[in-house]
Design a protein around this ligand. Structure first.
Ligand SMILES: [Zn+2]
Length: 321
């Protein structure tokens, strides 16, 4: 048993996480019956600590059965946050995935990147393939709220938390202060990167010097790469008849002399309002002479990128225009 904050923990890693949650300001209680933390944040989350010391091992601890007394999001944590070349990972986040047209749902576990939320200015996290909503405060603005978190900074936050726990001796009074990516910005607001490609993304995934918003998009790019087609990923366009505007399709593809757009529907939640907006946007591209606009489900794109790309190219080549 390890004691921290008047709470006894069966595992040392649990005490370390408790210290981490405290240091970043996430309220928590420990539920010894559920063997996990209840994070009292905007999206109440059950965080379960496992002995996984590499991110790949986390999947072995994913809970297949729904818990009878917990129907909110679940986090599967390892012995510490992980660092891959793309981002800093908290662990695996189980988001609720609703079956289309009915109320039944399942957990959808994917990596959960840590970020500095540019709205609430807190260290927060999101679902890498599903909703990008800031789980700590509920902020959402497409990708505009996702601020970059540096690996050395995360390491420092983690170490500082352990110093508080008494596991490490402090070297010289460490302090932790959230640091926005653009320090020179006088109004202290994080300005999204102005770019003609994947604009507004603060921690893009770089693939062949191009910016992507998710691993799903990278998988689709790789599949287009295999097909050796001309494609423009996340490139800004200028269009409109009555009103001119900038829009950024996910993939503009040129295949057999035809131009088509592939959109990846990123969120499992598709409110009718958003879908109407998307259809309007799609029609605008069609009105400008794009032969085909097709939307594919992010999950399908992630699982079967090559088959999605093949379907898309077939539909594009079959298009009469
Ligand atoms: Zn936030």
């Amino acid at each position: 048993m390890v004691k921290y904050n008047n709470q006894e923990f069966p595992l040392l890693a649990e005490a370390q996480w408790a210290a981490f949650f405290t240091s970043v300001g996430w309220k928590w209680t420990y539920d010894s019956k559920k063997h996990g933390f209840i994070l009292d944040i905007d999206t109440p989350t059950l965080a379960i600590v496992t002995p996984a010391d590499v991110p790949e091992l986390l999947y072995a601890f994913v809970i297949k059965e729904k818990l009878s007394d917990w129907d909110k999001e679940i986090l599967i944590l390892g012995t510490k946050p992980f660092d891959d070349s793309w981002s800093r990972q908290l662990g695996l986040l189980g988001e609720k995935w609703y079956e289309q047209g009915n109320d039944s749902w399942d957990y959808w576990f994917e990596e959960s990147p840590l970020m500095y939320c540019s709205f609430c200015k807190k260290l927060s996290f999101y679902h890498s393939q599903g909703s990008y909503r800031c789980r700590v405060s509920g902020c959402y603005d497409g990708d505009g709220h996702i601020g970059y978190l540096d690996a050395t900074e995360l390491d420092k936050i983690w170490k500082d938390a352990q110093i508080k726990l008494g596991l490490i001796e402090p070297t010289k009074a460490p302090t932790f202060k959230p640091k926005p990516i653009h320090e020179n910005n006088t109004n202290n607001k994080i300005k999204p990167v102005t770019d003609n490609q994947a604009s507004g993304t603060l921690n893009p995934i770089i693939w062949n010097n191009l910016h992507f918003r998710s691993k799903t998009e990278v998988k689709i790019a790789e599949a287009f790469e295999k097909e050796k087609v001309l494609f423009f990923p996340n490139c800004k366009a200028r269009l409109g008849f009555t009103e001119r505007q900038n829009l950024e399709p996910d993939f503009l593809v040129c295949h057999k002399g035809k131009l088509g757009i592939m959109e990846i529907d990123g969120s499992p939640y598709h409110p009718a309002s958003r879908s109407a907006h998307e259809h309007k946007r799609d029609r605008l591209f069609l009105a400008h002479g794009i032969s085909l606009v097709q939307r594919f489900d992010a999950n399908e794109c992630y699982e079967n990128p090559e088959s999605v790309v093949k379907q898309f190219l077939y539909l594009l080549s079959q298009n009469a225009r």
